[in-house]
Design a protein around this ligand. Structure first.
Ligand code: NAD
Length: 254
């Protein structure tokens, strides 16, 4: 992996905002972005972890508290980024939750909670960032969906619904924002080794081993393996890609 992580200045001069960046994939993306020359703002509700992640990444990474369900907090965060760093080039809508619960068992409150974070949070983020990017006439928005946004997922009705919504919103926003030089793409990870997988452990024993056995490459992924793809979409190397799904799943959907 170390060869892949060698810095090449692929985000030199860019300012990036990553939601849910305290840990997991968001933190891996922040690490790669910093290494590639970006100034990075990570946000989260986990303040201790977020502050520690930013401190470990050095002076070009800062942490801000943000609950992505709050329109006011999106306004504050984006205004702070622009005030402090002068622009906003990249938004990674990464924050999310993965609650278990099927169509027969999920309560309305549980359903609305996952929609608020995984779906409305992405909408609010795109809106707040795009208002700045439209003025700049440039920007890249990367929305983290899932393989659950490409097919059905028994036992995860709310999660699946929101990840399909992210995929759909991405396409509509991509068409609307293309004339302003803003690209919007969705990323669809498979089984990635982060704290989120604890949901499977709660569902039952051996769920994770059974899942891993179904992955053609025979293993789950490290967070950085998703971050490499997000880096490409954040950079100008992906200048002709917008409104597209980018799958990183070890062959799961093949
Ligand atoms: P993670 O749980 O480590 O990271 C998610 C982060 O989002 C956490 O730091 C969490 O505190 C933050 N968050 C949750 N609610 C928030 C809120 N209201 N406001 C701000 N931040 C909030 O898991 P991860 O695997 O790094 O997940 C990152 C993204 O990848 C998520 O959107 C997830 O749905 C998606 N994803 C994960 C997997 C996987 O297998 N891990 C697979 C497909 C997609």
């Amino acid at each position: 992996m170390s060869e892949l992580l060698r810095a090449a200045g692929r985000l030199d001069g860019k300012v990036a905002l990553i939601s849910g960046g305290a840990r997991g994939q968001g933190a891996a993306e922040a690490g790669l972005f910093v290494r590639e020359g970006a100034t990075v703002v990570i946000t989260d509700v986990l303040d201790d972890a977020g502050a520690k992640t930013a401190a470990n990444l050095g002076e070009t990474c800062v942490y801000m508290h943000q609950d992505v369900t709050s329109e006011d907090e999106w306004a504050v965060v984006v205004a702070s980024v622009v005030e402090r760093f002068g622009r906003l080039d990249v938004l990674v809508n990464n924050a999310g939750i993965f609650p278990a619960g099927g169509v027969l068992t999920t309560t309305k409150a549980d359903y609305e909670r996952v929609v608020a974070i995984n779906q409305t949070g992405v909408f609010l983020g795109m809106q707040a960032a795009a208002r700045v990017m439209v003025e700049q006439r440039s920007g890249s928005i990367v929305n983290i969906s899932s393989i659950a946004g490409m097919g059905g997922s028994a036992g995860f009705i709310g999660y699946g619904a929101t990840k399909w919504a992210v995929r759909g919103m991405t396409k509509s926003a991509a068409r609307e924002l293309a004339p302003f030089g803003i690209r919007v793409n969705s990323v669809h990870p498979g089984i990635i080794d982060t704290a989120m997988l604890q949901t499977f452990d709660a569902v039952g024993p051996h769920v994770r081993e059974n899942l891993n056995a179904r992955i053609p490459v025979g293993r789950s992924a490290e967070a950085v393996e998703v971050a490499q793809l997000v880096l490409y979409l954040a950079s100008d190397e992906s200048s002709y890609s917008t409104g597209s799904e980018f799958i990183v799943d070890g062959g799961w959907l093949s």
